[in-house]
Design a protein around this ligand. Structure first.
Ligand code: SAH
Ligand code: DHB
Ligand code: MG
Length: 224
């Protein structure tokens, strides 16, 4: 299960990326900045970024919330879908990651639209709820995996009917197929997937995302 044969997948990713998700100079610079700052290589891929961008356009998102910023690569794909006056808030535990992300948002000309808040996501989500923040149109969950279900439930609290909630890394190279998998990251995404399968809060599915990062997936949930 661990070592899936990549087969045609890298070529397929390349085919899609060069047609539909070509990085411009800004995104190439941002990716290089993330690498040279020593941040882990766990940003979404260009094709995943394009898919997030497309989702934001599909729901005409004017307000986006992201949980897990890293260097701001997914943040930029999402914020580029915002209309004039749109807003994105991204939550990040590590001050060092947030600093890289803020610099990248300036590079991308998005620092007026997109804001990075630093702290543990559960606390920051609680603050958003208690300060009467208007509902978000799209919420992207991509921070630490064990609390994924809690993040989803807090996200629902910041939603309205029609909000699109997307969670990254819900297949984890197929490890989720093992109901007794020992990793708490795997258990965390399994709990979210199993909840999404039965909840009346959202209409949901899991979309496998394959390519340069191997086999993973987005959970996609439209709040009812
Ligand atoms: N969305 C980014 C990748 C995020 S990687 C992209 O695709 O470009 C996950 C990020 O979540 C890391 O930067 C990590 O520091 C952050 N994180 C981990 N635990 C967290 C927590 N409890 N609260 C907020 N952020 C957290
Ligand atoms: C990891 C986290 C991610 O958000 C991701 O997209 C890939 C890997 C990780 O923690 O290993
Ligand atoms: Mg991820």
């Amino acid at each position: 299960m661990e070592a899936e044969d990549p087969g045609v997948l890298p070529d397929l990713e390349h085919y899609i990326a060069e047609r539909f998700a070509a990085e411009d100079e800004t995104l190439r610079t941002v990716r290089a900045t993330i690498a040279s700052a020593g941040l882990p290589d766990i940003s979404v891929s260009p094709t995943q970024g394009k898919l997030l961008h497309l989702f934001a356009l599909m729901v005409k998102a004017e307000r986006i919330l992201e949980i897990g910023t890293l260097g701001g690569y997914s943040t930029i794909w999402l914020a580029r879908a915002l209309p004039e006056g749109g807003k994105l808030i991204s939550l990040e535990l590590e001050e060092t990651h947030a600093e890289v992300a803020r610099r990248n948002l300036v590079t991308a000309g998005l620092d007026q639209k997109a804001e990075v808040r630093v702290g543990p996501a559960v606390r920051l989500l609680g603050e958003l709820a208690s300060t009467g923040e208007p509902p978000f149109d799209l919420i992207f969950i991509d921070a630490d995996k064990p609390p994924y279900l809690q993040y989803f439930q807090l996200a629902v609290g910041l939603s309205r009917p029609g909000t699109l909630i997307i969670a990254d890394n819900v297949i984890r190279h197929g490890k989720i197929l093992d109901p007794d998998h020992p990793e708490e990251e795997v258990e965390g995404v399994q709990r979210l997937n199993d909840h999404l399968a039965v909840t009346a809060e959202a209409v949901a599915t899991v979309l496998p995302t394959v390519g340069i990062k191997g086999l993973d997936g987005f959970a996609i949930a439209l709040v009812t």
